[in-house]
Design a protein around this ligand. Structure first.
Ligand code: SAH
Length: 217
């Protein structure tokens, strides 16, 4: 999945992945993953309002997002006036508890990110095609100190019934990808086919949204 693909999606406003309400899995599970305010990393953050929810819990939020349209929209839609500084190859957009790095996740280093205590990944891993996922996980692992807790929200559906993104990332794939560097606990699998008409229209007959608690080894 090339960066141009995503930039174009934002230019065309083809952002079906964006949710207008806070993700229910975040609300339900965050306290199990992270029980006090933290510095939370949100990879491939888009303009998700989940970052506002996290900040309202007292956390600082550090996101990374390739599209300047998404980053600008996040601040505009939340009535925030960010300061923007050059931190090549990133631009850092900062306001209040939010620090969004505009640029490519794969170029991130701990120098940009600072110390992180927790990670929230919703629609980020599943945005990437199979060939990029191992690199994503390896890179994420490099950025995180031992004990970092992550909430991962992934879709599981028969991949033969629809092309991604979002791609299907079933429990066996999560195990393959993460078990080397993370301890994995599947919190639950939620049948979400009924509320996802777009998947049904495209022929999907089974769809769960799965929440995992991962801890960096
Ligand atoms: N997590 C968000 C967005 C998910 S869609 C949400 O829940 O709404 C995936 C997002 O990742 C898109 O906004 C896309 O522009 C961004 N993206 C894709 N590849 C990226 C990369 N390599 N670096 C930074 N952002 C990327």
């Amino acid at each position: 999945m090339e960066l141009d693909f995503w930039n174009q999606r934002w230019i065309n406003n083809e952002i079906g992945f964006h949710q207008n309400r806070v993700n229910v899995h975040l609300e339900r599970n965050w306290a199990r993953v992270c029980d006090s305010p933290a510095r939370v990393f949100v990879p491939l953050c888009g303009k998700t309002g989940d970052m506002v929810w996290l900040a309202n819990q007292g956390s600082d939020v550090i996101g990374v997002e390739i599209s300047p349209i998404a980053v600008q929209a996040f601040f505009d839609e939340n009535g925030l006036k960010p300061t923007v500084t050059d931190e090549a190859p990133f631009k850092r957009w900062q306001a209040g508890k939010y620090s969004l790095l505009e640029g490519d996740f794969f170029q991130l280093s701990t120098r940009h990110l600072g110390q992180i205590n927790a990670v929230y990944d919703r629609a980020s891993l599943v945005a990437l095609p199979p060939a990029m996922r191992q690199n994503y996980v390896r890179h994420l692992a490099k950025l995180l100190p031992s004990e970092t807790a992550c909430l991962l929200v992934a879709f599981d559906y028969p991949q033969s019934e629809m092309d991604g993104p979002p791609f299907s990332v079933p429990p066996a794939t999560v195990a393959d990808l993460f078990s080397h560097e993370f301890n994995i606990k599947l919190l639950y699998q939620d049948d979400v086919l009924n509320e996802n008409g777009k998947f049904r229209e495209r022929g999907v007959t089974r769809l769960t949204e799965d929440a995992y608690h991962l801890v960096r080894k």
